[in-house]
Design a protein around this ligand. Structure first.
Ligand code: AVJ
Length: 320
């Protein structure tokens, strides 16, 4: 097995500065907001793993079904020598692809990139142990920023699963896809998972589950800010809210203050009125035509767009 030391492109100092910046900008904005990337400390990553197993949260199962059905085709079509996974987390679904490449025997290197050092340490060790022929190079980084430093060497396949691209606002998404295209050579591949527009009666419970795991996940961002920045949020005084924005076709998660509150963080005094909401995540849902159009605008050609049998989730293979 060959697992190389993690390559750290994101220093802790830089992460801390990013958090302070986002808190300052978001908590002084009207309405208040925070970017979703701060959910994922060790506890937040665990809660997200728990979400993926909830009966209401269909995206993980639907995407896994597509990958299970299409992994061999993806491996054969791409003929990739290097597989790069953005926002890899546990890389659990990616194993379906690694298995398919292993059957062909031509993948040389797996490069998982994630902001979470703890998740990467675990996943790189496990994958290196299970795929002895593979060189595993974990990169600690932010997928919106480290695209110009992707490893080279043979045909590359970049995979971005889970529907995480939906966390970006439309203009950020366009910028991200353009940067992705610029980082690739003509002929390289992008495999991207996107959740699809569907009945809000299915969508909303996926983000507001019966067991309250998503609510805990949502409130976790306040715990992260308390711990990292010495803030005094009372997370229990915020109610989890998930709404479907039918016009913009995204789910929005918010935290609603159940009483008036004054929070101190950094040098800020942040007041919440009773009922005031803090936006913590958007999770955009897509349509076939929109996916192809956004990829096309960034210079990618869509070669395949597959969905699960229930048409819940799409996995698109596009070429630079
Ligand atoms: C990991 C970003 C794909 O948007 O569905 C799950 C995160 N948020 N439940 C998503 C999430 C609330 C998830 N992604």
């Amino acid at each position: 097995m060959s697992v190389e030391p993690l390559e750290i492109y994101l220093e802790e100092r830089e992460v801390a500065r990013g958090l302070r910046h986002d808190v300052r900008v978001g908590l002084t904005a009207h309405p208040k907001w925070l970017p979703p990337k701060w959910f994922y400390d060790a506890r937040g990553s665990e809660l997200f793993e728990e979400i993926t197993r909830l009966p209401e949260y269909y995206p993980t199962r639907a995407e896994r079904a597509v990958l299970a059905a299409r992994a061999d085709e993806i491996a054969a079509t791409s003929g990739a020598k290097t597989l790069i996974e953005l926002g890899s987390g546990s890389s659990e679904k990616t194993r379906l692809l690694l298995d398919a490449f292993a059957r062909r025997g031509d993948l040389g290197t797996f490069v998982p990139l994630d902001v979470s050092v703890s998740a990467l340490r675990q996943s790189t060790a496990e994958i290196a142990a299970d795929y002895p022929a593979l060189r595993v190079r974990g990169i600690v980084g932010d997928f919106t920023r480290q695209l110009d430093r992707l490893p080279t060497g043979g045909r590359r396949l970049v995979v971005f699963l889970g529907g995480t691209i939906g966390n970006l606002a439309p203009d950020e998404r366009a910028g991200f896809l353009a940067a992705m295209r610029a980082a690739l050579e003509p002929g390289d591949w992008l495999l991207i998972g996107t959740d699809l527009v569907k009945d809000p009666a299915v969508l909303v419970p996926a983000y507001d589950d019966e067991a309250g795991v998503t609510a805990e996940f949502n409130r976790n961002v306040l715990r992260v800010i308390n711990r990292e920045l010495g803030a005094d949020f009372d997370p229990e005084a915020f109610r989890h809210v998930a709404i479907w924005d039918a016009e913009r076709e995204w789910i929005e998660m918010r935290l609603r203050a159940t009483r008036p509150m004054r929070v101190r963080v950094l040098d800020l005094v942040v007041d919440f009125a009773e009922g005031e909401e803090l936006r913590t995540e958007i999770s955009a849902k897509f349509r076939r035509a929109g996916i192809e159009a956004e990829l096309g605008a960034a210079g990618f050609v869509t070669r395949h767009l597959w969905t699960d049998d229930d048409g819940l989730f799409a996995v698109t293979l596009a070429q630079a």
